[in-house]
Design a protein around this ligand. Structure first.
Ligand code: BES
Ligand code: MN
Ligand code: ZN
Length: 497
């Protein structure tokens, strides 16, 4: 899609369709609404009086051949309550519009922003448009050309020519961020056979070359040299060898310590010998979603040239049952030297993260954030509506919460108490990998806490928010890519803790 930023007046926009935004209304007041009513020969007032259009977010009315306008179609889109107007109002409205026939059938569309001059509005509108139009990867044979969008040219018209500059950078930022989130979705939806640790590693290496960040790949020998016994314990049951990815993007000053991002990269989680039930096991191809967020965050940061030094660490492995697999009752020795009694081989994410978190010490980080589809128990905390966060530094957790308010991705902070730490103690080793059902999400974080160094740390559990069950305005059913906008927001506003 080609973007063009202008300050062309509503009447002069020549695109196939022009989109106008309206907040909730009961009557026609003010010059803007009056001009829309005149262009539609009073049709706009009629749909308002009939309550066919009230301006609720995502409502759309379409008028062809508007009077006095150069365009062939006027699309009036609701933004919702004016008092609650925010970036997400635009993101949501555009998400719905992105699948609207009268929109997708046009080759060129102009978005008329008028007085809405906030840069985050332009950005969010582009994000909503691209994210809402996302189609799941499919392997269907035959034509599905019907639901293909014809949209090629998108104009963004600002109310003032002085706003063009900031609209240009906001639109570009929105496009790059949406593409980052879409990258997460695509990786997460890829069948595990097409995204083995080796295939995943070479995909990421290609991205690194294209977007100019570095990617080192440790094979199993190198991983063994690093003594990552917990990580290797998980991978030993699989025919597919594990890989450990080290990504680096240096956008900051040389002296600046990096922010380290760690992502769970389980390319398929069968549960191992503690095999999962068959129902929904296919969804476990998405158990690398956390790592995909890390890959996309580094890619996006490189594309936006953010001024921070970043490291991405990704332990990538399958969790499979076999004659070589770890057994419940086995003891693993982690890179840090701590011993772990395996209670349940399905609690594998924390094992691979343990070694990756310990490896973060190599980079003398100023902070470490890990992101993982870690616990099924998170479904019973915030459901699909938000991600639990935990950690050792309230400032860092507050920062993530504030960023989530901006990116509209919702997180909520949970405590880690000594009771939870006690849950993870083993009678025969330093730790158990499963402390049973109580507070499963927190218990997992209490386990991870044993492997962090002397730095601020936050853990984001995205199990369940990584997949949308039914479909939302700009999040179609399937992999969501949640976490990407959040991390980019955190990194963009980063200051020393
Ligand atoms: N990958 C799963 C967590 C998960 C479950 C994510 C469902 C998304 C949807 C993780 O590896 C796991 O199996 N966790 C276990 C831990 C338990 C055995 C202590 C869980 O949550 O049941
Ligand atoms: Mn598991
Ligand atoms: Zn898992």
């Amino acid at each position: 899609m080609r973007f063009n930023i202008c300050s062309t007046k509503l009447g002069d926009l020549t695109d196939d369709a022009v989109v106008c935004y309206v907040t909730e209304i009961k009557s026609i007041r003010g010059p803007y609404l009056k001009s829309l009513n005149e262009a539609t020969d009073g049709g706009f007032l009629k749909v308002i009086e009939a309550e066919e259009f009230t301006g609720k977010n995502g409502e759309i009315v379409s008028f062809t051949r508007p009077i006095g306008l150069a365009t062939g179609r006027l699309l009036i889109v609701g933004l919702g309550d004016a008092k609650k107007l925010c970036a997400d109002s635009f993101r949501k409205a555009m998400g719905i519009l992105s699948r609207y026939k009268g929109f997708t059938q046009c080759k060129s569309v102009a978005l008329f922003f008028g007085d809405h001059g906030d840069a985050v509005y332009y950005q969010a509108a582009v994000e909503g448009l691209l994210l809402g139009a996302f189609k799941q990867l499919d392997y269907k044979t035959g034509d599905s050309a019907e639901d293909k969008s014809r949209l090629e040219y998108l104009s963004v018209s600002t109310g003032k020519s002085a706003w063009i500059k900031r609209a240009e950078s906001a639109v570009e930022r929105g496009r790059v961020i949406a593409e980052g989130q879409i990258l997460v979705r695509e990786l997460a939806q890829t069948p595990a056979a097409d995204l083995t640790p080796r295939k995943y590693a070479s995909k990421v290496q290609k991205l690194a070359r294209k977007y100019d960040f570095s990617c080192r790949i440790l094979d199993e020998k190198a991983i063994a040299r690093e003594k990552m016994g917990a990580f290797l314990g998980v991978s030993q049951g699989s025919e597919e060898p594990a890989r450990f990815l080290i990504l680096r993007y240096d956008g900051g000053r040389k002296s600046q310590k990096p922010i380290v991002l760690v992502g769970k990269g389980v390319t398929f989680d069968s549960g191992g010998i503690s095999l999962k039930p068959g129902l929904n096991m296919h969804e476990m191809k998405q158990d690398m979603a956390g790592s995909a967020v890390v890959v996309a965050a580094i890619t996006t940061a490189a594309r936006l040239k953010l001024k921070q030094n970043l490291v991405g660490l990704i332990p990538a492995t399958e969790n499979m049952p076999s004659g070589h697999a770890i057994r419940p009752g086995d003891i693993l020795t982690s890179r840090k030297g701590k011993t772990i009694e395996i209670i349940n081989t399905d609690a594998e994410g924390r094992l691979i993260l343990a070694d990756a978190l310990d490896y973060a010490n190599e980079f003398n980080p100023q902070a470490v954030i890990d992101i993982a589809t870690l616990t099924g128990a998170s479904l019973y905390i915030l459901g699909y509506a938000g991600a639990p966060i935990m950690g050792n530094n309230d400032k860092l957790l507050d920062r993530i919460s504030d960023a989530a308010d901006v990116s509209a991705e919702r997180v909520w902070s949970l405590p880690i108490w000594d009771d939870h730490r006690d849950q993870m103690k083993s009678p025969i080793a330093d730790l158990v990998n499963s402390g049973g059902r109580p507070a499963g999400t927190i218990a997992a974080a209490a386990f991870l806490e044993n492997f962090i160094g002397d730095w601020p740390w936050a853990h984001i559990d995205i199990a369940y928010v990584d997949a949308e069950p039914s479909g939302k305005p700009y999040i179609p059913k399937g992999a969501t890519g949640i976490g990407l906008r959040l991390l980019i927001e955190v990194i963009s506003n980063w200051k020393k803790l």
